[in-house]
Design a protein around this ligand. Structure first.
Ligand code: ZN
Length: 202
């Protein structure tokens, strides 16, 4: 399964000149929601992710996603693993479980995202679950931006990674892009384009 090609085919992996939320520029950008536009394609991706998780012998009761970005990936992963799906939502800088969702003490939970960048939202979700007595057994993501080390991946953990190294991260592929401070951006130096905010024109 060529994950990068699947993202390209879905226009989820863009080539161009982008202004990232961090203020840096990049020639590539992952519009990760695009790869989930077609449920059958999403199911193929989460089936592959579920296979990786099962091969590790991990027992899972429930998938929990941080809303909004993780919800579709989390729901599909729960379907692939044949377990329950819940989500947590942002509140006052953290994440909370609402809408009548409950978890049992010791329930084994995977935190699932569509994309893990530094893992900040996933970590907040994990803290919310642990505060309610759940056990976070893994993090999972379709795409990994390469700041955190995934099981079987070649990248090392970068200082920006917020996820604890004691809990495994499963992801289908690493998408590690070069990023440049604007004053050092080679695309700006070429002078043929201006950095655009991805998503603002599409
Ligand atoms: Zn630039």
């Amino acid at each position: 399964m060529n994950i990068e090609q699947i993202y390209k085919d879905a226009n989820a992996l863009l080539d161009g000149h982008f202004l990232l939320a961090s203020g840096n520029h990049s020639s590539r950008y992952l519009q990760s929601a695009k790869v989930l536009e077609y449920p059958k394609k999403a199911a193929l991706l989460t089936d592959a992710l579920a296979k990786m998780i099962r091969q590790n012998g991990l027992k899972v009761d429930t998938v929990c996603a941080p809303a909004l970005g993780g919800v579709l990936a989390g729901y599909e992963l729960a379907r692939s693993l044949d377990v329950r799906s819940i989500f947590v939502e942002k509140k006052e800088g953290g994440m909370v479980l609402r809408r009548g969702f409950e978890i049992a003490k010791g329930e084994k939970i995977i935190i699932c995202e569509d994309i893990i960048t530094t893992g900040g939202s996933a970590l907040k979700a994990a803290k919310a679950i642990e505060a309610l007595g759940g056990e976070v057994v893994a993090f999972a993501s379709l795409a990994n931006r390469g700041f955190c080390k995934r099981v079987g991946g070649n990248d090392t953990t970068k200082p920006e990674c917020a996820l604890p190294e004691s809990i495994p991260l499963f992801a289908l592929d690493d998408f590690t892009f070069e990023m440049y401070a604007p004053e050092h951006c080679p695309l700006c130096k070429e002078g043929r384009s201006k950095a655009i905010k991805p998503g603002s024109n599409a």
